[in-house]
Ligand binder design. Structure first.
Ligand SMILES: Cc1cc2nc3c(=O)[nH]c(=O)nc-3n(C[C@H](O)[C@H](O)[C@H](O)COP(=O)(O)OP(=O)(O)OC[C@H]3O[C@@H](n4cnc5c(N)ncnc54)[C@H](O)[C@@H]3O)c2cc1C
Length: 451
């Protein structure tokens, strides 16, 4: 029988990162994964990360010549539905091989004595006489082992495999995400036929279609991703609609990958007695571009601070002691993301022609607003920009064909976003006010669905 302070289930980007943070603080930490180490992250060829996060998070950034480095670029483009009004967003990206980058994180965690077990599957929780979590049962090569610990962390990804195994009486959401709250991605890897003409040096996002097209390293390669809620069929249909409208350079498709992102509301609570949820199993990715890895590192950092306090002097981390993780996240990134989700959903509820006009006149789409949405996750318009936006609507309404319904949709998105932000900013400091807060949040998300 092995005993640790903390056991983390899932050794990919959230599990490895959180493992490092906790081992660094002196907790004996074990991270398990059901896959062999070289298969972790291999479901996806590459990922893009905002370069600034490496410095902020203390993770050594991949450089040219490293086995996970593919390419980097200084800015992105955002394009209208017909592709005539590009807008630059200024923040640099690094593109990396996912499996190798995932390994980079685990090696970084190993440096502070974080332990890893692979091909080790989580089976179920072990509860003590008080009915509190005190460990897990795992299976490796057909042998079942009991591992005891004070805190179990679910980093199993979008399936939330561990949290969904908790009984109803444990007091945490234990249902899988609804497909309508999941963004399904269909990703095609292109071999460009005329690289000397068509080589890409930045990525372009087409928000109307939830499509991106960007470089992945070699001059003659590119990645084309299309996303939609509900199913992969919807995502493929979005991609086809895009291809009927926008020119793509001649290419062959080398391979196709599919994957899911949690894209609507995050869990209302991430904590229970001796239990914590992080990564895709807990919270949504960035609302504008689906970057989930860096989005979750913020949650991991908050969690590391309060887990350390909750477990000080060998204490058992109760739900009450872990609760500040909920409060801090929800009042910060949670509030920003909730606002952005509503804002972007309202703004995109329009026709292609209208999206084109909005880009043309900079209504909602201008460099500073888009950059701010990606860097600060917030709609940080100053008073001058707000007045300018008002005149832009007036101008478009008077001179162009923007329907009143579309203006109404944008306005509703703006208002619901403001309400969501305000509600999340008032996330309860103590669990006893949580049930009331949930009722309000349920009502708000019901309104959000009508956008
Ligand atoms: C197509 C696509 C493109 C994306 N591109 C980007 C991008 O460019 N940049 C970005 O930041 N994000 C991107 N994301 C999001 C990003 O991939 C996720 O946010 C991130 O991988 C989540 O990490 P995680 O560690 O929480 O979960 P996962 O990466 O899903 O890892 C979960 C781990 O848990 C293990 N596990 C599951 N069940 C068990 C069990 N019972 N026992 C033991 N282990 C278990 C799994 O084997 C796995 O290794 C993209 C997502 C998709 C779908």
């Amino acid at each position: 029988m092995r005993v640790f302070d903390i056991v983390i289930i899932g050794a990919d980007t959230s599990g490895a990162y959180f493992g490092r943070l906790m081992a660094e603080k002196g907790f004996s930490t074990l991270v398990i994964d059901s896959l062999p180490e070289n298969e972790i992250g291999a479901r996806q060829y590459c990922i893009h990360l905002d370069r600034s996060y490496f410095e902020e998070s203390g993770i050594p950034a991949p450089m040219l010549g490293d086995n996970d480095y593919l390419t980097s670029y200084e800015y992105n483009m955002n394009e209208s539905a017909y592709g005539h009004y590009p807008i630059k967003t200024n923040y640099p990206y690094i593109v990396m091989k996912f499996d190798k980058f995932s390994k980079r994180l685990r090696d970084w965690a190993r440096k502070v004595d974080c332990d890893f077990d692979f091909e080790t599957k989580f089976l179920e929780f072990i509860f003590d006489a008080r009915k509190k979590i005190c460990g897990i049962r795992v299976e490796k090569e057909g042998i079942v082992e009991e591992i005891y610990c004070k805190l179990v962390v679910d980093c199993t990804g979008i399936a939330g495999y561990a949290r969904c195994k908790l009984p109803d009486w444990y007091g945490i959401e234990n249902k899988p995400l609804d497909p309508e709250d999941i963004l399904f991605a269909n990703v095609e890897y292109f071999r460009l036929k005329r690289p000397e003409r068509d080589k890409l040096s930045y990525s372009t996002i087409y928000p109307y279609y939830k499509v991106w097209f960007g470089p992945i390293g070699e001059d003659d390669t590119a990645q084309f991703g299309a996303c939609a809620f509900g199913s992969y069929e919807n995502a493929i249909a979005k991609g086809e609609d895009f291809k009927q409208t926008i020119y793509l350079p001649p290419h062959d498709v080398d391979k196709i990958e599919q994957g899911m992102m949690p894209f609507r509301y995050s869990l209302y609570s991430f904590v229970a007695d001796g239990f914590l949820c992080l990564g895709d199993s807990a919270a949504i990715t960035k609302p504008y571009n689906g970057e989930g890895i860096t989005a979750t590192w913020n949650l991991c950092k908050i969690a590391a601070t309060y887990v350390t306090l909750a477990m000080k002097d060998g204490k058992y981390p109760t739900k009450e002691a872990l609760w500040p993780i909920n409060t801090k996240y929800s009042r910060g990134q949670g509030a920003d993301f909730a606002e952005l989700l509503a804002l972007t959903k309202g703004a995109l509820n329009c026709s292609k022609e209208e999206n084109e006009l909005e880009f043309k006149h900079g209504f909602g789409y201008e460099e500073s607003i888009l950059t701010s949405m990606n860097v600060h996750f917030a709609n940080k318009m100053n008073i001058r920009q707000k007045i300018a936006q008002f005149w832009k609507i007036a101008f478009i309404l008077y001179f162009e064909k923007l329907s009143k319904q579309t203006i109404k949709n944008s306005y509703r998105g703006y208002i619901i976003g403001k309400k969501a932000k305000s509600l999340y900013k008032k996330y309860p400091k103590k669990p006893k006010h949580f049930a009331k807060w949930c009722q309000k949040a349920d009502k708000l998300w019901a309104k959000y669905r009508t956008l």
